[in-house]
Design a protein around this ligand. Sequence first.
Ligand code: UDX
Length: 436
Amino acid sequence: MKKFNVCVIGTGYVGLVTGTCLAEIGHRVVCVDSDKNKIARLNNGKVPIYETGLEKLVVKNTKAKRLFFTTSVKSAMDTKHRAEIIFIAVGTPPRDDGSADLSFVEDVSAEIAKNMTDYTVIVEKSTVPVETGIWIEKTITRLNQKKIPFDVVSNPEFLREGSAVADFLKPDRIIVGTSSAKAKDAMKKLYAPIKSPILFTNIKSAEIIKHASNSFLACKISFINAVANVCERTGANVEDVAKGMGLDKRIGKSFLNAGVGFGGFCFPKDLQAFGYISKDKGYDFALLKEVQRINEEQKMWIVKKCHQELWNLAGKTIAILGLAFKPNTDDIRFAPSIDIIRRLQKLKAKVKVYDPKATENAKKILKKITFCKTPYECVKNADCAAIVTEWDEIKNLDLSKTFDLMKHPIIIDGRNIFHPLTMRKKGFTYHSVGRV
Ligand code: UDX
């Protein structure tokens, strides 16, 4: 197996998982980030995000001298272990108009151009709009005074938070967009230890595959949430409907769980960015706007049910179980919980919250709510409890204890983790999404 010297610029979610996993499959990887504190912590084996299995791999590969961290792009590209493949994994935050801010990508491209000494493959890993690859190429060409040969490749990531390491090491597919045979060969060798199909395309197609895949998955979720609304109004059961649909192989079973909508840093951002770029190119991709609209409305399902049970919410105590946008992560970016809590606060409800991992992150942005250390402290004396994230700990709640602690035993289950009949038998007033 050919072992490459790899440099990964940006140690956010994508960069850190990519760098660590490339070291795990045998390459020598230097990860770069301008945040000095983060790099110091990583050099001490401390991972700044909660991600299953990641810290263990960081420690293991650092010890094995395959994984290094630095704040300097120049030293990461040094001549002793010259970086043959460089991943750009810096942030592409959304602007107010929905477009992606690509200034970090441009800065890094310029830095790479200044420090290249021999043929280099530059891999665009950050999620970017179509045609970013061309801009990277143009920027590097313009600043590449010594005319060092290079190729730009698009290699989008499909990592899910909570299972990112497994997703990297056993992906459904690897997408590599390039028109260069030399870069194609390097990427094939880089990923050789991973036994998954590689699809080679041109750069623009690879860039669109990322946005189209995430938008399609978001579309599936909004579709099933819309179906859930019809089920609820007709007495059908959305879980059975989803099962029946999913048995058709053309539809597939996954991503048909009705709930209080999708969140996270990818789906909302990628939907917006794909809509923006389509419009910019003269096509109104209206379907994407509707997917977003359904999602916004779905987040408010919990608030509607609170009203239905408690009438006026001013002064009522609502317990929110789960803050993270999904289980097994401490990430609350674009989490439905935030919009739900803000609406409840606007209606002057008293909000108590519990999450096994996301509390510290939530404390930074949510004010005037009570953060609880256990789910039982959260539901104590609550007028109603709403489940927003399907953590195992919440699935395994002691329901008799919960029943006794609540002021009114009303449960609004935004993730369908309990069974309606069982809950009613236990005496709860119980609502779930698309099931009666
Ligand atoms: C996603 C993509 O899956 C991944 O390929 C991409 O690269 C990054 O974005 P992630 O954001 O980590 O990954 O989460 P994912 O597991 O896909 O869930 C996204 C959101 O959809 C969550 O809020 C989840 O609760 C919601 N969801 C998912 C549903 O509401 N129903 C479903 O059936 C599936």
